[in-house]
Design a protein around this ligand. Structure first.
Ligand code: C2E
Ligand code: CA
Ligand code: CA
Ligand code: CA
Length: 277
């Protein structure tokens, strides 16, 4: 019994040490990742739940490094934010995704939009609005086909970020609140920020079979109708979830039930098959 505490301390230290080492390795490799062109973009389609049409894609960054292999964005994005690298990585993803979306739109019959995730740190960089405007102009995509997904933490700096979002609105791009319902923002943020879309977080979709969650989503949908906001449900994994969401008036859905995120080639293939139907 005496040895137990010592033992657990060792395990704790080892765990702490290995996670610190992992983080340091990621930091080291991240420094050269942009220059080495190690970032790729995958795309997950979004569908209209009423008529099954493909309305857009969400761009999701992917990183593969020769020493670390594949590292998910959930792990490296927070580190890139701490290191001050997120602005450059974000610009790289934005240009890739928007350029690719224009390319698809050049042969698709119906236009599709592209949504790009934006860290609040990027949004709060003074170069951000100018970068978005320049990139859109240089690439030549209609700005209304471009959407920026920003998490609720945008509301922590409400006064400044409201101005930035208005400037983006003037350029003509759309803005959405990502992971809605998981952060600390209150509902009146929806009224105070010039946004176009609300993405309901997967955690609500997971609990759709509970009466209370369903009522919460119904209330959010009602609120969005009043405020004239588009609503997107993310993380749909079953037909039943898609059916329930359609019934309660959610127009757009995304998730493994429809498709996982695909690399550029597979997404192009999906769009080709789809436009032949
Ligand atoms: P997110 O923006 O909420 O993106 C949705 C995540 O859920 C993606 O994970 C996607 O692959 C996954 N997903 C989609 N449908 C389903 C489903 O039906 N079931 C389950 N279990 N998962 C599903 P991913 O690609 O690993 O991205 C994780 C997070 O990393 C994103 O969450 C986003 O916050 C961040 N991220 C990804 N790409 C970028 C980027 O280019 N810039 C920034 N700033 N953040 C990014
Ligand atoms: Ca997102
Ligand atoms: Ca999300
Ligand atoms: Ca999420």
């Amino acid at each position: 019994a005496k040895e137990y505490p010592t033992h657990s301390v060792v395990i704790f230290n080892e765990y702490l040490q290995s996670s610190l080492i992992r983080k340091m390795k990621i930091e080291k490799e991240l420094r050269h990742a942009l220059a080495n062109d190690e970032f790729d973009v995958h795309y997950q389609p979004k569908f209209c739940l009423k008529d099954d049409s493909l309305v857009g894609v969400e761009a999701l960054v992917r990183w593969e490094n020769e020493h670390l292999g594949k590292v998910g964005p959930g792990e490296f994005i927070p580190i890139a934010e701490q290191m001050g690298l997120i602005y450059e990585i974000g610009e790289c993803v934005f240009r890739q995704a928007v350029g690719q979306c224009l390319n698809w739109n050049q042969w698709l019959d119906e236009p599709i939009s592209v949504s790009v995730n934006v860290s609040v740190l990027q949004l709060e960089d003074r170069r951000f609005v100018g970068m978005i405007e320049d990139a859109i102009q240089q690439i030549g995509i209609p700005p209304e086909l471009v959407e920026l997904e920003i998490t609720e933490s945008v509301a922590q700096n409400l006064d400044e970020n409201r101005i930035t979002l208005s400037q983006l609105k003037q350029i003509g791009v759309k803005c959405s609140i990502d992971d809605f319902g998981t952060g600390y923002s209150s509902l009146n943020v929806l009224e105070q920020l010039p946004i176009d879309t609300l993405k309901i977080d997967k955690s609500f979709i997971d609990r759709l079979n509970h009466r209370i969650s369903q009522s919460v989503i119904e209330t959010i949908i009602h609120l969005c109708t009043v405020l004239n906001l588009e609503i997107v449900a993310e993380g749909i994994e079953s037909k039943n979830q898609a059916d329930v969401l359609r019934e309660i008036g959610c127009n757009i859905g995304q998730g493994y039930y429809f498709s996982k995120p695909l690399n550029q080639r597979d997404m192009s293939q999906l769009l080709r098959n789809y436009s032949k139907e």
